[in-house]
Write a protein that binds this ligand. Structure first.
Ligand code: ADP
Ligand code: MG
Length: 760
């Protein structure tokens, strides 16, 4: 029996899902797998675990498990459910990657999907659970998808053993065919239960113009206008990342100061928050690099519960499109200056994944009287959390996504337009308690160019890293795995072959040439090196380089090379046609200067063998040495944005290496000295270790049968000749053997990122 307070009881009864309790519980009793769809805010996350608890799940020694793709949701939802049930956090608990409050009394356990994956690695049957709820399945995060695939096998196994496990898949949208219509996943389609939610109309206001760059500035101006001109009601702002959130919070607090007792403290808290977050990501485990002790590694899934996940969306929101009412504030002008203002105070709160739980919880409390609530959030507020009292939504339309380069496979974060479904979800946040308004800081034309839905993450990325993570979870036959949406078989086989060649998976016994089907059944287990590699947040090719980089103090260089190879288009395009004679002269002079700089960066003697990679090292080194200014970049034909991106990535990789291997302790050196001659040789070997299949042999004059092969190279992968680009530092040398980062096709096929693999 659950002893709820009268207030909680009253609030619960207003939730649409309460009316469906019986239907839901009966479906769960009668089916091993149930899919539950309901609008955000209908009560899925907070109520379904309680229904299960009251129906007797979680008695005896069983636990009710709930997975969330985001850490914020795991933490706040466990707290909310504990509060609603009047139970301590030792009973309703959470576990995220590095922390949690699970106890021997825990009955309901909220966790990130990555945590449950790791538990499956230790206990495949998940014997301590009687029911698993997969929440936010519509987000289609790779880990959620893999969990559903695994559970589709665990559930029948548990039935066979006579101790059934129930699976509840919850989604904020009705797009669930990938789970219900996929016979390989669930041979018997699971029933789908829909919960109708109360949704008040939301009027959508588009900007007439879309700001080119400064969407945070546009956000700021729009919020100022809303606060000055529109009736009471909370504001929820969608931005893309933590840094943006903090800077907007600061500006808004300055403009509409709240003179409550903790106003200044709140700001200090936020500042120190950033410092705490950094501390949180410090090393937890003693891990070492290959040469020291490979077996000392235990890999964690990278980026589990990250705030930067892209969300899927809903296609049946019913808000009006466009409006010309007086609430349509028009595009933000630039009339605001940063002086503070006489309007009412604005109670500004940040909200993002890594924010400390007690600060996250603030958004659920009513704001101090006489103030207006303004929550500045990343897309965690899109579907996972429902903030009470929101009447206005300001949507920048962007989302920070992990972007995977199809060619290099290296991942990085990029800010992009979101999908229509996502934008509609965001708008929907304004209509939970009364009719609301959503201000989109982009035009309706831009909106109509958004993709309708976001593709499941798993189909948008190369899979060698995913295969490596799965192998790290001891899922050996990845090809036979029942993905809700599968990557192509070719993609999986290619991934497995690449991983074998990198030494991350064991080489299968040689039984002559394997045919396609045999290969499809390949099931090579992971090696200790593979486990090391699985710990780095980059594609396996580059992880291999990082894993070897410690030797002979090569790590700072390898980190820089990996970062530079990840960021495309380092160099400014100088081949563009000039408009005037004057410009022609300027371009010519610049080209000459840039070429000269590149020759300097390419180094002397043996360093030149590192080729284009040496030029990258030199360019990054010179940029950092000069303080990385737009002026320096412009003078030397480098793209400032690319160089900034490289700096950020170097920072990220440096802390990854430091936290995985505390004995290394490297730091970002802005005055990185050039590598020594012997280091250059080691660097070339290390680069080869990751790009071993990207080699090319020069066609010698005596072999020349066809003119099209003059000065060309032959690769094992392609029939056609490939070339060293005139911009490459090795264009004149034409070494006999080279290794390249990638091939791109313009008028010919050119190799990019070329270095020599000759010995002397
Ligand atoms: P769903 O999972 O369907 O999106 P939830 O169960 O998360 O819905 O939320 C149901 C309702 O519970 C929300 O509308 C919100 O008002 C309320 N709620 C959720 N979390 C909190 C909280 N931490 N504090 C106050 N109210 C909350
Ligand atoms: Mg929810």
């Amino acid at each position: 029996p659950v002893d709820r307070t009268p207030e909680i009881q009253e609030a619960r009864l207003k939730l649409p899902i309460l009316a469906e309790e019986q239907v839901i519980m009966e479906a769960i009793k009668e089916n091993p797998v149930v899919v539950l769809c309901g609008e955000t805010g209908s009560g899925k996350t907070t109520q379904v675990p309680q229904f299960l608890y009251e129906a007797g799940f979680g008695s005896d020694n069983d636990i009710i498990g709930v997975t969330e793709p985001r850490r914020v949701a795991a933490v706040t939802m466990s707290q909310r459910v504990a509060l609603e049930m009047n139970l301590p956090q030792s009973v309703v608990s959470y576990q995220i990657r590095y922390e949690g409050n699970v106890s021997p009394e825990t009955k309901i356990k909220f966790m990130t999907d990555g945590v449950l994956l790791k538990e499956i690695q230790k206990d495949f049957l998940l014997s301590k659970y009687k029911v698993i709820i997969i929440d936010e399945a519509h987000e289609r995060s790779v880990y959620t998808d893999i969990l559903i695939g695994l559970l589709s096998r665990i559930v029948p196994l548990r039935t066979k053993k006579g101790c059934p496990l129930k699976l509840v898949i919850m989604s904020a949208t009705l797009r669930v065919e990938d789970f219900t219509e996929n016979k390989r996943l669930f041979p018997v389609s699971p029933p789908v239960i829909k919960v109708e939610a109360r949704q008040f109309p939301v009027t959508v206001h588009f900007n007439k113009r879309t700001p080119l760059d400064d969407y945070t500035g546009e956000c700021y101006r729009k919020i100022c206008k809303i606060h000055r001109m529109l009736p009471a009601g909370g504001i929820l702002v969608f931005l893309t990342g933590q840094a943006e959130v903090h800077s907007l919070c600061r500006r808004l607090r300055k403009m509409f100061p709240y003179r409550g007792k903790n106003q200044t403290k709140a700001i200090e808290d936020d500042e120190s928050e950033i410092a705490t977050d950094r501390r949180k990501s410090k090393p937890r485990k003693n891990l070492t690099l290959p040469k020291i002790n490979l077996d000392n590694y235990s890999a964690l899934p990278v980026d589990e519960g990250d705030e930067d996940r892209e969300a899927g969306g809903n296609d049946d929101d019913e808000e009006g499109q466009g409006s010309d009412s007086d609430l349509d504030l028009g595009d933000g002008g630039s009339e605001e200056d940063e002086k503070s203002d006489s309007s009412d105070p604005l109670y500004v709160l940040p909200l993002y994944s890594l924010l400390a739980p007690e600060r996250q919880a603030k958004v659920f409390h009513p704001p101090p009287s006489g103030t207006r609530l303004c929550v500045v959030a990343t897309n965690v507020a899109e579907t996972s959390l429902t903030i009470p009292g929101i009447k206005y939504v300001v949507d920048c339309g962007k989302v920070k996504k992990r972007f995977y380069d199809k060619v290099t496979g290296v991942s990085s974060f990029r800010v992009e337009w979101t999908s229509q479904a996502s934008a509609d979800q965001r708008a929907g946040r304004a209509g939970r308690t009364e009719p609301g308004h959503c201000y989109r800081l982009y035009s309706s034309a831009v909106f109509s160019d958004f993709e309708k839905f976001s593709q499941p993450e798993i189909t948008r990325r190369p899979v060698e890293d995913l295969v490596l993570q799965m192998k790290d979870l001891n899922i050996e036959k990845v090809v036979n795995f029942p993905f809700p949406t599968s990557p192509s078989a070719d993609a999986l086989i290619a991934a497995e072959e690449l991983l074998i060649s990198l030494g991350a998976l064991q080489d299968p016994p040689k039984t002559g040439r394997l045919n396609y089907l045999q290969r499809a059944k390949l099931s090579s287990p992971i090696t200790p090196l593979g486990k090391t590699m699985a710990s780095f947040p980059v594609a396996p090719r580059y992880a291999k380089m990082l894993a070897l980089g410690k030797q002979h103090d090569c790590l700072p260089y390898i980190i820089t090379i990996v970062a530079a190879m990840t960021v495309r288009e380092l160099y400014e395009e100088l081949g563009r046609p000039a408009i005037s004679d004057e410009e022609k002269e300027i371009l010519k002079a610049k080209k000459a200067r840039v070429l000269q700089m590149q020759r300097v960066w390419a180094g002397q003697g043996p360093a030149q063998k590192l080729g284009d990679l040496m030029v990258m090292l030199g360019a990054v080194g010179a940029c950092e040495y000069s303080g990385l200014t737009p002026k320096f970049c412009e003078r030397n034909g480098l793209r400032y944005k690319a160089m900034m991106e490289i700096r950020r990535l170097r920072g990220q990789l440096t802390s990854a290496v430091n936290s995985l291997c505390p004995d290394v302790r490297i730091y970002l050196d802005s005055k990185m000295p050039p590598p020594t001659e012997s280091q250059v040789n080691y660097l070339r070997q290390i680069v080869m270790s990751g790009l071993g299949d990207h080699i090319a042999r020069r066609i010698r004059p005596e072999e020349l049968l066809d003119e099209k092969w003059r000065n060309a190279y032959k690769t094992p992968l392609l029939e056609d000749p490939v070339f060293i680009h005139p911009n490459s530092s090795l264009f004149k040398q034409l070494p006999d053997f080279v290794v390249y980062q990638e091939i791109f096709e313009t008028t010919k096929m050119y190799m990019k990122g070329v270095s020599s693999i000759e010995c002397e």
